[in-house]
Unconditional design. Structure first.
Length: 123
C-alpha cells in the first residue's frame, strides 16, 4: 500500500503530465504568424521543462539536488505564465483556453513552492 507521500508524488506527476499534454495541444492550435511561432516555442520549452525537472528531481542524489530540480521546475512554471499571458493579452490565443492553462499552472506552482519551502524547513 502506498504512503500518502507516494500517492501525492504519483498524482502530481500525472497532473503535470496532463497539463503538459494540454499545453502541447494548445500550442498546436495557435496561429502560425511570426510572433506566435516565437512565443509558442518559448512556452513549449518552459512548459515541458516543468514536468521534466520534476521527474529529474525524483532521481536526485541528495536533498539539495532534489530541491534544485524543484527550483528549476518552479522557475520554468513562472516563465510559462509570462509567455501564456503574452499570448492571451496580444489576442493571439483564446482567452478562456489560456486562463484555464494559467489557473492549473498557478496551482501547480503553489504546490512546487510549498514543497521547496518544506524542504528548506521554512514552513
Amino acid at each position: 500500500m502506498k504512503s500518502d507521500k507516494e500517492e501525492f508524488k504519483t498524482a502530481f506527476k500525472k497532473r503535470l503530465y496532463n497539463w503538459t499534454l494540454r499545453l502541447i495541444r494548445f500550442i498546436d492550435s495557435l496561429p502560425k504568424d511570426t510572433s506566435s511561432l516565437i512565443i509558442s516555442k518559448q512556452v513549449l520549452r518552459s512548459g515541458t521543462s516543468i514536468g521534466a525537472n520534476y521527474i529529474e528531481a525524483q532521481a536526485a542524489s541528495s536533498k539539495r539536488d532534489f530541491t534544485n530540480f524543484l527550483h528549476h521546475s518552479l522557475k520554468s512554471a513562472n516563465e510559462s505564465k509570462f509567455w501564456l499571458a503574452l499570448l492571451r493579452d496580444t489576442g493571439k490565443a483564446d482567452k478562456q483556453s489560456v486562463n484555464e492553462l494559467l489557473q492549473e499552472l498557478i496551482e501547480l506552482s503553489k504546490m512546487l513552492g510549498a514543497s521547496i519551502l518544506t524542504l528548506k524547513n521554512k514552513r
